[in-house]
Design a protein around this ligand. Structure first.
Ligand code: ZN
Length: 358
């Protein structure tokens, strides 16, 4: 009986190890898993490490319980565990289809509530691909500027070859009754990070939008100066991009244009928490009311585009609010000292359909 038990346990360990191997190879490229559980796993650091810890723990539990159980019961228990493990792996594999880049700030120690989030700004993959230590830094000017993003790394190929790239000059939209975007934003803790390309805010989880019957959670928001998008040729002082993600990892970005006017309380709150060092998140002691960031009127333009930073991945649903909100001269000047110009040039529309609210 002892041998029988030992055999079962070793089979279990072998199967778990195999399952972990296949998971490791499946996730050796940065992948955006869709299931929330696996997303959390990735965000919390090395998923492989965590998996092997988990399997070690499981096999320990099995060993501990073998004294107490009859062989039949033990066999049934092992079969049940294997089924669960297999199912988890299958779900993770099935749900992990779209390549996404791990954010630069995943390399730094994150503080709550930085439960964030793959980003629009993903220099980490570029850096990682080049052997780390910031070997390649994309930028907005010169040799590492937008004209060369696609050449700097094969992972950025879409920056050159894509035909659904952002930003665009939004014009000649088809006016229809666009359904309103449902905002479910709540008072949220947040942290702020200067990732070397922009100032990014990572809010606590639990902020959602619903559009076209789909729910997306706010992952982060960040700023560009001047606005990346143009409206019939007109550029704005700045823009905020609110990056949301649905359960399958698809992105929906809401752009809020900023024009010069009176001071904005939410932006002031972000500026108040600017970190002193790059890539080190500064956790705010106050909470953000993200509803205050939204314009009063909620009409918008919508089109399909891409991330506006490497790797320029496409399939991003863009919604650009028609009504700009105001930011003061002093607030503009603060961002300008950090990032005087961090906007990708306008990309070809290539016959894309643009819809706009009536
Ligand atoms: Zn952006």
């Amino acid at each position: 009986m002892r041998r029988y038990l030992a055999l079962l346990v070793s089979m279990l360990i072998a199967t778990v190890a195999q399952a972990n191997d296949s998971s490791a190879s499946a996730t050796s490229k940065p992948i955006k898993p869709a299931a929330k559980e696996s997303r959390d796993k990735e965000e919390s650091g090395s998923s492989d490490k965590k998996d092997s810890k988990k399997s070690a723990k499981e096999s320990k539990e099995t060993k501990e319980s073998k004294e107490a159980l009859q062989p039949d019961e033990l066999a049934a228990k092992i079969a049940e565990k294997l089924a669960v493990i297999r199912k988890d792996k299958e779900e993770a594999t099935r749900a992990a289809p779209r390549p996404v880049v791990r954010p630069a700030y995943s390399q730094v120690r994150r503080t709550e509530p930085a439960k964030a989030k793959e980003p629009e700004h993903g220099s980490a993959a570029v850096v990682a691909a080049m052997g780390g230590h910031g070997a390649v830094h994309w930028s907005y000017q010169g040799e590492t500027g937008p004209q060369n993003w696609g050449k700097m790394n094969p992972a950025n190929a879409k920056c050159d070859s894509g035909d659904r790239q952002s930003p665009i000059d939004i014009r000649d939209g088809i006016k229809v009754d666009l359904e309103p975007i449902m905002f479910d934003y709540k008072l949220s803790g947040f942290n702020v990070i200067d990732n070397g390309h922009t100032i990014q805010v990572n809010p606590a989880a639990g902020n959602y939008i619903t559009v076209m019957g789909k729910s997306y959670e706010l992952a982060q928001f960040h700023f560009h100066k001047p606005s990346e998008e143009r409206i019939s040729g007109k550029s704005f002082e700045m823009v905020v991009h609110l990056v949301h993600k649905d359960i399958d990892g698809r992105l929906a970005v809401i752009a809020i244009l900023l024009e010069r006017g009176k001071a904005h309380s939410v932006i002031q709150q972000v500026w108040n928490n600017l970190p002193l060092e790059k890539n080190e998140a500064m956790t705010a002691l106050t909470a953000l009311d993200l509803n205050l960031l939204l314009p009063v009127k909620r009409e918008y333009y919508t089109y399909m585009g891409s991330l506006t930073t490497p790797p320029c991945s496409e399939g991003v649903l863009w919604m650009v609010m028609k009504e700009p909100v105001e930011i003061s001269h002093e607030q503009l000047a603060i961002f300008s000292r950090l990032y005087p110009m961090n906007a990708r040039p306008i990309q070809k529309t290539s016959g894309r359909l643009i819809k706009e609210s009536n």
